[in-house]
Structures are given as C-alpha cells and as structure tokens.
Design a protein around this ligand. Sequence first.
Ligand SMILES: NC(=O)C1=CN([C@@H]2O[C@H](COP(=O)(O)OP(=O)(O)OC[C@H]3O[C@@H](n4cnc5c(N)ncnc54)[C@H](OP(=O)(O)O)[C@@H]3O)[C@@H](O)[C@H]2O)C=CC1
Ligand SMILES: CC[C@](O)(C(C)=O)C(=O)O
Length: 343
Amino acid sequence: MTNMYYNQDINENVLDGKKIAVIGYGSQGHAHAQNLKDSGFDVVVGIRPGKSFDKAKEDGLEVATVAEAAEQADVIMVLLPDERQKQVYEEEIAPALKAGKALAFAHGFNIHFGQIKPPADVDVFLVAPKGPGHLVRRTFEAGAGVPALFGVYQDASGTARETALAYSKGIGSARGGVLETSFEEETVTDLFGEQAVLCGGLTSLIKAGFETLVEAGYQPELAYFETLHETKLIVDLMYEGGMAGMRYSVSDTAEWGDFVSGPRVIDADTKARMKSILEDIQSGKFAKEWIQENEDGRPNFNRIEKEEAGHQLEEVGEKLRAMMPFVAKGLKKEEEVTAGATN
Ligand SMILES: NC(=O)C1=CN([C@@H]2O[C@H](COP(=O)(O)OP(=O)(O)OC[C@H]3O[C@@H](n4cnc5c(N)ncnc54)[C@H](OP(=O)(O)O)[C@@H]3O)[C@@H](O)[C@H]2O)C=CC1
Ligand SMILES: CC[C@](O)(C(C)=O)C(=O)O
C-alpha cells in the first residue's frame, strides 16, 4: 500500500543518542512518554508543577520544567492542549530551539493556522495517533498499537521524515500502520472527523435516539441500553470486520432496518451540513472562533459542558454502569477515585 509504513519498514537508529522531550503529560503526553521509554528511548517530560508533574514522577519518568526539557532535548514533542500551545511555545520552547533540533506535534492545528511560526533551521513534523491517548498506552501495553498519521512541515536536517517514522515506531503506532500526510490534510480531516462523526456526530445521534424513545414514554434505562450501551458492542463488530462484519452478526430484521431507515436519519441534507462543517474548517472559520472562545475565557464551552453533563442519559448511565463492575469505570471516574484516595 502506498504511503503506509509498518515496523519492519522503519529504522529507529536515527534517534540513537537523541533525547526526546514530551511536553505535557495528559492524554497523549503520558502515552507517548511511557511508550517511548518502554521502547528504549531517552525521554524527559516537560511540565508545569501540578497534577501532571506529580503523575509523571510517580510513573518513574524523568521530569523537568518545560523550558529545561526543551533545552536538553533534540526532539521536542508538544502535547499541550492546542489552545495553550502558542503561549507556552513562545515563552518556554522557542528560546531553546536551534539548528539540529526537531519540533513535533500530534495535531497540526497551531502550525497550519499560523499560531506557531518555528524558525527555519529546525525540523518540524507531526505524528498524530488516530485514537485517544489513553488507548495509545493501553494498546501498546497489550502488544498492539494505534495507527497514526505522520507528516513533515519543515526538513532542515534532511532527516525529518526518518525521525518522524522512528518516533511513530517508538510509540507503537507502526504496529498498526502509519500513513504519510501533510499538516493541512491531518488538521482538516482530524477536526472534521471529531466534529461530524466521532465526537459531535455520534453524541448527537445517540442523544437524539435516547430522547425520541423517552419522549415517547419508554423507560430511560431501556433507552440507555438501546442507544448508548449497545453502540459500543455494534462499533466493536465494525472495528473488527467492517460494516459487513457487523451485519453478519445482527439479525436480518436489523439489517433490513439498517438499509431502509438508516438513510432516513442520515440523508443528503445531513451530508450537505457535513460539507458546510468541512468548509468552515478549511476556511479557518472554526479555528478563529475556537481561538476567540479561549481568549474570552470559554463562556460557551463551560456552559455547554455543564449542561451536557446533566443530561438524563448521563444520570441514568452512571447508575446502570455502577451495577456492571465488568464495565471499565471510565477514565474520568478512575481519576476522581485516584485523586480521592490521595487526598
Ligand atoms: N486527546 C487525544 O487523544 C488526542 C490529542 N491530540 C493532540 O495532542 C495534543 C495534546 O492533547 P491532549 O493529550 O488531549 O491534552 P490534555 O489536555 O490531555 O493534556 C494537556 C497536558 O498539558 C499540560 N498543560 C496544560 N497547560 C500547560 C501549561 N501552560 N504549561 C505546561 N503544561 C501545561 C497539562 O498539565 P496540567 O495537569 O498541569 O494541567 C496536561 O499534562 C493536542 O495537540 C491534541 O490536539 C491528537 C490526537 C488525539
Ligand atoms: C476523536 C478526537 C481526537 O481527534 C482523537 C482522539 O483522535 C482528539 O483530538 O482528541
């Protein structure tokens, strides 16, 4: 397959004797740092004092301030929230950049939308796992890997591409396959995927289904099982065998319902709205509004997050999941329990 690379295609020696600074220890940061360390690379985590700093230390990683880690490292992977990267870059990372170093990202947002403008004498690349960071770590520990995209924005050294590939092997992504892309393609498609399908599309679909059943007088618990809980089981089948794999396992009645009713839910109008979402991302409109929302102190983000957490589906789900010890607690709950235990 063109543009796809796997472990056996990649020589990681380009990173021999090099130090990698992982800046940030959140969802992606903890996974990259731990996977790289377990793959035998020399890693330092750059982080401000606080929860993440303490966690990285507890996990046995070398920890430093962002400025110190950037100073020591040959490769600096920026895994801070997108909306914080510009400020931290300007204050603590840029002063450490010099010829021969590489600046890396897991998402092209700040480079593509011109928020960060690196000097011409450093390599700039991205390695963007196509999955949540907690699963980048979980799958690595299980001997597998989350596929990733990699791309080079600037190749000052002549080896940026090899470095990006070696890095993707180090985090385990080349076990699943890494696909070459550009910053523009990664940024636009990642934003589109999370808005229209993976996060926005899916939550809106599930919520609409749940509300339709509850408003028609059906039990909320039943509506939760039908629209959220079973989604995971159906998606697992698609993950393993595509849509045909899922359709093999469900009843013919369900498959017929899928064929005749699916297109009534997602129709040409939905696709037209998806196209308009894509256009807002391509034109920079979405990025401009998100940057502004952060500059204003996130009034809408905070309000909507609170409203969503109070939805009936979330309340019912929490009670039902508490009765199913075999369902993982959920990462948010797990963190609350850990924090509670140490307080
Ligand atoms: N979440 C994901 O799975 C994916 C994310 N990405 C990309 O990866 C990057 C990181 O995202 P994500 O892992 O979600 O981020 P998180 O929000 O999970 O983690 C952010 C980390 O940055 C730290 N941090 C925040 N502000 C500062 C600061 N001012 N100075 C120093 N450290 C700071 C936080 O520490 P503290 O505890 O102190 O707040 C935390 O350790 C983004 O570019 C994102 O687009 C790409 C693919 C998937
Ligand atoms: C789907 C959300 C994501 O793009 C991801 C986990 O890949 C993100 O930015 O968190």
